[in-house]
Design a protein around this ligand. Structure first.
Ligand code: PXP
Length: 257
């Protein structure tokens, strides 16, 4: 199982202070040393985390392949084509959201144009999608190389069952359900990810997954045979506060095994 580390979460802290430190670029050497497979960065339209200059420096200096996540806006696609990362993962973006909530709408007119343009620039394309049969089939029709399953619902159910999030101000209203129902829902999500990754693989799509994966919930996802890669940010960067980035990445790799 490959690991992409989403290092733009480091810039969340920097931008909170609007200064120069910590710099996500400084994570490259550590990721390489740990044997990470890919650097993942999300250049948001509102530039609330990494900036264009970060993306440029990271893509120029990284010895690892870089997976650039961005919205399907034509201005973002132009930037991606100039930056020339190894892969672009197209993600939905809403200004008010805290993080990417849910997968892409796959019938947006701009999508085919974006995919064509990225392919013309020799950039492989991934679509961040909800784990549904329709989304897998539509992704195949759109001619992309990769899909990335949004694991947010799985992660939210897991957190509601196994942490105290329920009793906090971040409680998830829709998941105010009995533990028995939550256990069933968790199983359904895992089975969906298993079945759909197998299907995607059988029709020639490479399969990644990510969002909300952490040290406790990652193993069940990492055990799914047809998922090739996980992209993980928040939990690794959060853990690095306590034990340093190198240890945090190594612990994640161990948790995935
Ligand atoms: N994959 C995609 C496409 C994402 O948008 C994100 C969030 O930036 C991640 C993976 C990583 O999610 P998390 O930070 O919750 O690990």
């Amino acid at each position: 199982m490959k690991l992409g580390v989403n290092i733009d979460h480091i810039a969340v802290l920097r931008e909170a202070r609007r200064i120069y430190d910590p710099n996500p670029l400084d994570a490259l050497n550590i990721c390489e040393k740990c044997g990470v497979d890919q650097i993942t960065i999300h250049l948001r339209e509102d530039r609330r985390h990494i900036q264009d200059s970060d993306a440029l420096a990271i893509i120029k200096q990284s010895k690892l392949p870089v997976n650039l996540e961005c919205a399907i806006e034509s201005s973002m696609i132009d930037i991606a084509c100039n930056l020339k990362p190894t892969r672009v993962t197209l993600v939905p973006e809403k200004r008010a959201e805290v993080t990417t909530e849910g997968g892409l709408s796959l019938y947006d007119n701009r999508l085919e144009l974006a995919i064509d343009k990225l392919h013309e620039n020799n950039i492989e394309v991934s679509l961040f999608i909800d784990p549904t049969n329709e989304a897998v089939e539509r992704s195949k029709e759109l001619g992309v190389e990769w899909i990335e399953f949004h694991t947010g619902l799985y992660a939210n159910i897991y957190a509601t069952l196994h942490t105290n999030i329920r009793n906090s101000h971040h409680a998830i209203k829709e998941l105010d359900l009995s533990n028995q129902i939550l256990e069933q829902k968790l199983q359904v999500e895992l089975e969906k990810l298993d079945t759909l990754s197998k299907k995607a693989n059988s029709i020639g799509l490479k399969v990644a997954a990510g969002h909300g994966l952490n040290y406790d919930n990652v193993n069940a996802i990492a055990s799914l045979q047809y998922i090739e890669e996980l992209n993980i940010g928040q939990s690794i960067i959060a853990r690095s506060i306590w034990i340093g980035l190198e240890n945090a990445i190594n612990e994640m790799m161990a948790a995935m095994k």
